[in-house]
Design a protein around this ligand. Structure first.
Ligand SMILES: [Mg+2]
Length: 201
């Protein structure tokens, strides 16, 4: 066997799907490869093993959707309990208000980026109400935690989490099966083609 680092890489024909060998229709082979690899497993196709994907049939397996539903369900339940205990289910909210709150979390994600870039930061609140923003790995953060001070994540990542939390909360309120809807939409998107619609973004 050749030494580490000198193992010849396999030749990949980017014009064909690495899983099934069929010609790639997209004008962006890398995009096709990624989508094909992770998108779906056709349980009726003997060419594909569990977890593989295939563009042409474009379906998720039932187990993949179930896994996603199960994973989201764990967070969904936690989010529901936390929000309920914090009083956010005491009053009815309109659908438009839920969507506005989703928007606000997306905007907070942008504001976090404007303030901190991609740095992982937290905000510490002192006993007298003063606040201080520190890198999450600053030694003072561990001290603040040990003293029971309020330590709030304020990075882009934490705001991204808020987007997901708000989305799961909204779907919970309206009985939306987010796992099944995600599988259906990603499958549809995979059929739309390279930069479909002629948009710049
Ligand atoms: Mg937020």
């Amino acid at each position: 066997m050749p030494p580490m680092g000198q193992v010849p890489l396999p030749t990949i024909d980017l014009n064909r799907c690495v899983h099934c060998g069929e010609p790639i229709s997209s004008t962006n082979p890398t995009w096709h490869y990624k989508v094909c690899r992770v998108l779906h497993h056709d349980i009726n196709d003997p060419q594909h093993t569990q977890g593989d994907t295939h563009m042409n049939t474009g379906k998720f397996s039932r187990s993949q959707v179930d896994h996603l539903r199960e994973s989201l369900g764990v967070f969904d339940e936690m989010i529901y309990m936390v929000n309920r205990d914090n009083g956010w289910f005491d009053d009815d909210r309109r659908f438009g208000e839920d969507i506005a709150l989703l928007h606000s979390e997306g905007s907070e994600m942008l504001e976090a980026y404007r303030d901190h870039g991609m740095e992982d930061v937290v905000e510490i609140t002192h006993a007298d109400g003063r606040t201080r923003v520190l890198a999450a790995d600053d030694p003072d953060v561990a001290v603040a935690v040990s003293l029971g001070m309020k330590v709030k994540p304020v990075s882009v990542g934490s705001e991204a989490a808020d987007v997901l939390i708000r989305l799961l909360d909204t779907c919970h309120r309206y009985g939306i099966d987010l796992a099944a809807e995600t599988a259906r939409k990603v499958t549809f998107n995979a059929t739309r083609g390279y930069k479909h619609g002629g948009k710049a973004l």
